[in-house]
Structures are given as structure tokens and as C-alpha cells.
Design a protein around this ligand. Structure first.
Ligand SMILES: [Zn+2]
Ligand SMILES: [Zn+2]
Length: 254
């Protein structure tokens, strides 16, 4: 099946002269600088490179089909995790989350995975490894959470919103398990027409989620069963694995 493609020339031309006040409290502005084909094991995509006005980080959109002027476009936000995404680390479930999103959108007519370069939720790779080391030495979840730099995701949403606007998407269906997240993008002017649940296929590495229950705080998942250590979620969403009961999913957000 042939699928549609982004209007590459138009997008590049428009972005060449792009100038705006930016999004969010920091006024972040991103600009499309290049678009190329990206065939993957999960399907055929186009990869869109963005530069921003703040820190020179190259954010990426992995795009399926022509999403410009599109309504109800499925969108997944993914925060970069070198250790999980590239190295297959089992300290987090980032790779499972990324693969599930690419597989799902790779099978659709249109969709977008925004790959946000915010390693360790914005604290950087070295600091993330420092936080891991602190956990290895028995730091409790609250301390480790602070060390891992968990914070408001405001900046992530500002970048994501601007990227979606640059791609001229009219409205999106956000792939998330957290109904509350819909408002965050809307705050920056994105029309969110609905939510698609993001459910990971069970595998030997994430099956422990099926057995665990979320702590009352809702900010972290008790994964003491898993390799004897506590693992903190590094993506926007708490992980939901196929086979979880409704109570288990609900408990993640209480
Ligand atoms: Zn801008
Ligand atoms: Zn990770």
C-alpha cells in the first residue's frame, strides 16, 4: 500500500523564514531544518529534524503519511533515553514504550512520534547515571526522584506543541494512558480531539508491571520485585501492559 508523504519543499521553505515568539514560559521556538525518508523495522516513515532557539538540541518527528492539515492525527510523545532506547536497559521501560508507539503508528495511515531530546527528563545523560548510581546505593524513591530531576513537564509540552504546529497538524489524538495529559498540550494551543490508550505488549522484560501495584502517590511505581531495585518511570506515561486489570491501570493514576 502506497502511503502519502509530507510536502517537503513547502515545509522547508516555510520554515526557512520562520519567526515567532515561541511557546511556553521559556519562549522555545523550533524550526524544521531537514526531512528525509526513514524506512524502519516498524514501517516506513519520514524523519523531520528540528532545531531550536534555546539549546541547540535537535528534536525529531517520526512521521507516517502526510499529516499536514490533518485532523485526529495519532501522536505519541517520547522523551529520549539513550540507555533504554538504544542500549536496551532494563532500568526503565522506555524502549518498550517507543517500540510499541512506532509499531502502532507504523501500521496506520498517518501518525507522528515526537522524539524529544530530553534525556533523563531534561537533566542530561551524566546526571541520569548519577541518579541511577544513587539508587544502586540504596537511595529511597523520593530522593532518587529528586536526583533524577522529575519536574513539571511544561517545557516538553511547549516544544511538542510547536513541533506539531510546524507540521501544520490541525488536531491530534494523543497516545497516552493519562487522561490528564490532554490538557497540557491544549494549554499551548494544540487541538486534542481524543486519546488513544498506549498499551505495551507483554514480554519477559515488562511482565513485572503486571504483578506490581502503584504507590498511593501515583508518581512512581513500586518495582521492588524487579531485580530487587526500584525503577522510576522516565516517560510521560506510566506503563500499561496488555493483561493488566482495570484496577491496576486505575491505581497508576490515583
Ligand atoms: Zn517558532
Ligand atoms: Zn529510560
Amino acid at each position: 500500500m502506497a502511503f502519502t508523504q509530507l510536502p517537503v519543499k513547502d515545509l522547508l521553505l516555510e520554515n526557512e523564514t520562520h519567526c515567532c515568539d515561541g511557546c511556553g514560559p521559556e519562549g522555545v521556538c523550533v524550526k524544521i531544518v531537514s526531512i528525509a525518508e526513514l524506512p524502519t523495522r516498524f514501517g516506513d516513515f519520514q524523519i523531520v529534524a528540528f532545531e531550536n532557539n534555546k539549546d541547540g538540541k535537535d528534536h525529531i518527528a517520526i512521521v507516517r503519511g502526510d499529516v499536514t492539515d490533518g485532523e485526529d492525527i495519532p501522536v505519541r510523545l517520547h522523551s529520549e533515553c539513550l540507555t533504554g532506547d538504544a542500549l536496551g536497559s532494563l532500568r526503565c521501560d522506555c524502549r518498550d514504550q517507543l517500540e510499541a508507539a512506532l509499531k502502532a503508528i507504523g501500521a496506520m495511515e498517518r501518525g507522528i512520534v515526537l522524539y524529544l531530546r530530553q534525556e533523563g527528563r531534561g537533566i542530561g545523560l551524566a546526571n541520569k547515571i548519577r541518579a541511577y548510581a544513587l539508587q544502586d546505593y540504596g537511595m529511597d524513591t523520593v530522593e532518587a526522584n529528586l536526583a533524577l530531576g522529575f519536574r513539571d513537564d511544561e517545557r516538553d509540552y511547549a516544544v511538542a506543541a510547536h513541533m506539531l504546529m510546524s507540521l501544520k497538524v490541525v488536531s491530534i489524538k494523543l497516545m497516552t494512558n493519562n487522561p490528564r495529559k490532554l490538557n497540557d498540550l491544549q494549554r499551548y494551543g494544540i487541538r486534542v480531539s481524543g486519546r488513544l490508550p498506549h498499551i505495551l505488549p507483554p514480554n519477559p522484560h515488562n511482565e513485572f508491571y503486571l504483578r506490581t501495584k502503584a504507590e498511593k502517590s501515583g508518581h512512581m511505581i513500586d518495582l521492588k520485585d524487579f531485580k530487587g531495585k526500584i525503577h522510576l518511570p522516565e516517560q510521560f506515561d506510566r506503563p500499561v501492559v496488555k493483561g493488566m486489570t482495570e484496577e491496576q491501570v486505575k491505581a497508576l493514576y490515583e
